[in-house]
Design a protein around this ligand. Structure first.
Ligand SMILES: [Zn+2]
Length: 251
C-alpha cells in the first residue's frame, strides 16, 4: 500500500502530461487524488495505509494501557506518586531532548515500575509530516541514544509527534526493529483540559485492550490523569504495560 501511494503520487504528473490533450480534467483528478491519499495517510493518526500502526492490544481481561506523552516535565514526580498510589503502571513516550536534560526523571519513571519509549527528539509538531528521511532517522536515533544511555535499554516503540507519519517513518522504524504506536482513545487533553471533559472523551470509549493517550507538562495534566484513572478503575479496569507480542493493529 505504501509503494502504491508513493508511486502513484510520483507518477501522477506523467499521467497528467499524457492526458493533457484529451482529458485534462481526468489527469488533474488523478494527480489530486494520489496526493490527497499521501497527505491523508500521513496526517491522519492511526491510518494504516503507509504501514502498521498499533491501535490496541490483545487481552481477555478488563485491562487498558495508559500512555503519557511529551515528558519528562516537572510534574513527573507528582504523576509517579499518583501512579504508585493508584497501583497503575504506564508507558511514558518522552522527548529525547527533554530526557537528556532530565535524566533523573527518566530513571525515576523506570525505578517506579513504569517504562519509557521514543516520542522523537524535539517533537517538531508542525513539521514532522514533511521531514526528509534523514531527518526522521535523526529524530528517532537521537531519542533512542539518550534513552539507551539512561536506561541501558534501547526503545522498541515509537510514537510520532501528533501521530503524523509520512512515507519515511515506517521504513526507518522497520530498519531499527521498532513499532509505531498509535492509540485507541485519546482525551484531547492538550486542547480541552477540563478533567471531567477529558474523562468523558475517554471512559465511555475504553474497551479491554484499549491504548489510552494523555499528556504531561500542562496545567491540568495531573488532574486529568487522576480523573481518568479513577473513573476507569471504578469501571473495573486494570492498567498494564502489554508485552510487545500482544500489540495489534486493528481496533
Ligand atoms: Zn506529543
Amino acid at each position: 500500500m505504501r509503494n502504491l501511494i508513493v508511486g502513484s503520487a510520483w507518477l501522477s504528473p506523467i499521467a497528467l502530461i499524457i492526458l493533457w490533450q484529451r482529458a485534462p480534467i481526468l489527469g488533474l483528478a488523478i494527480m489530486a487524488l494520489s496526493h490527497a491519499a499521501w497527505l491523508y495517510a500521513t496526517l491522519r493518526a492511526n491510518v494504516q495505509w503507509l504501514g502498521p500502526v498499533i491501535t490496541r492490544f490483545e487481552t481477555n481481561a478488563r485491562e487498558v494501557w495508559l500512555t503519557i506523552d511529551d515528558g519528562p516535565t516537572s510534574d513527573t514526580p507528582a504523576i509517579l506518586d499518583l501512579l504508585q498510589a493508584s497501583r497503575v503502571a504506564a508507558t511514558f513516550f518522552v522527548k529525547g531532548a527533554l530526557a537528556a536534560k532530565n535524566g533523573d526523571l527518566v530513571r525515576a519513571i523506570i525505578e517506579r515500575g513504569n517504562n519509557v519509549a521514543n516520542h522523537s527528539d524535539d517533537h517538531p509538531s508542525g513539521a514532522f509530516w514533511r521531514l526528509l528521511p534523514a531527518e526522521i532517522a535523526r529524530q528517532i536515533d537521537r531519542c533512542n541514544a539518550t534513552l539507551q544511555s539512561l536506561t541501558s535499554t534501547r526503545p522498541i516503540w515509537f510514537r510520532a509527534p501528533v501521530g503524523m507519519k509520512n512515507p519515511a517513518v515506517h521504513p526507518a522504524l522497520e530498519q531499527r526493529g521498532m513499532r509505531l504506536i498509535g492509540w485507541s482513545v485519546r482525551g484531547l487533553d492538550t486542547v480541552r483540559s477540563d478533567p471531567a471533559d477529558v474523562a468523558t472523551r475517554i471512559v465511555p470509549r475504553a474497551q479491554p485492550g484499549s491504548i489510552i493517550v494523555l499528556h504531561q507538562g500542562r496545567q491540568n495534566s495531573l488532574a486529568c490523569l487522576q480523573r481518568v484513572i479513577s473513573d476507569l478503575q471504578a469501571q473495573g479496569y486494570a492498567f498494564v504495560i502489554p508485552a510487545d507480542e500482544r500489540l495489534k493493529t486493528k481496533r
